[in-house]
Write a protein that binds this ligand. Sequence first.
Ligand SMILES: [Zn+2]
Length: 378
Amino acid sequence: MSVRIGKIRGIPIRLHFTLILAFFLISWMLATNFMPFYFPDLSQTEYAIMGFMGSVILFISVLVHELAHSVLAIKYGVQVKQIILFLFGGISDISSELKDYKKEMKMAFAGPLTSFLVAAAFALPWWFVSNFALGKVAEGILFYGAIVNLVLGVFNLVPAFPSDGGRMLRAALVRRKRDYNEATRLAAKIGVGISYAFMGFGFLVLLSGSFVSGIWILLVGWFLMSGAQSYLAQIPVSELLSKIRVRDIMNTNVIKVSDKITLSDLSEGYFRKYLKSTFPVVDDDGRLVGAVTLGRTMEVSQEKWGATLSSQVMIPASELAVMRPDDKADDALMKMGAKRLGKIMVCDESGRLVGIVSKTDILGVEMERQEYLKAFKK
Ligand SMILES: [Zn+2]
């Protein structure tokens, strides 16, 4: 439902199909309504140019807003899978939630702040052009650029979780109450309330005869609602996982390899035998030092396998997701998302590998919960 248009800082940028539709709609609305209202007596061609440029500016503005979130996310070590631009703006697909409320606050505010700065960057030349009468077309485009970024900043600050404002609200709630799930629930409920208000208002506007505006506000309300509700649905799982320790779900039956094994022995004795593509590597004391993968092994030419040790090709432990047995399962799930890894290595205080947790182990907990709830209802 979306097309990839490029990559910025390693983040794929995608256009949702609704946006392609919106591009024409917005160009048309700008050319026939907005621009003639503020800048009368121009030609059709001039309005068409202004409408087209306005649409382009809107898209770039949304992209810049999302990039601001993403840049901070990357700075905080959180993976950004992609940015999708769609009808109501953009979504930075950030693979994990930050539990650090200070960072979340900054990350959420980065978007609106950037929009306000871009608005100012348009307002300045607009003021210049309008004061010296340098042409109505440029004036209109700059004016729209300032307005649209201002609206973008303000709209995103509406505290309807998971919007930027809603995330800032949650961060503030976490700061006061300190329970993350409770804060998410409260912020999402406020979000649902606000989305009802939007829909009610949209309905009134519709009744008053402004059909297009009414539908638009109703859609925004519905959009806010679905966002908040998808988060409300996730909370029970998150709460459940926060009560479970990594040690309770980890697999202790781990096949590990020595850091002194050669690649030829590794291939014969492990990859071919167990038909697995990854093995944790431990030193003589059982401490985790890394992980070997079939991919990394295949990068070495086969003649050298007899003389190459696993420790020479392994991914170092510092690049793996490592946790303690007493850590919480919901943190494990988050860490997997953030590091884009399917597995977490569990080590004791002395660094000895005691188990592995995979995504399926954690999802298994949720499936059991569903089973339990089903049985309970009978
Ligand atoms: Zn934002």
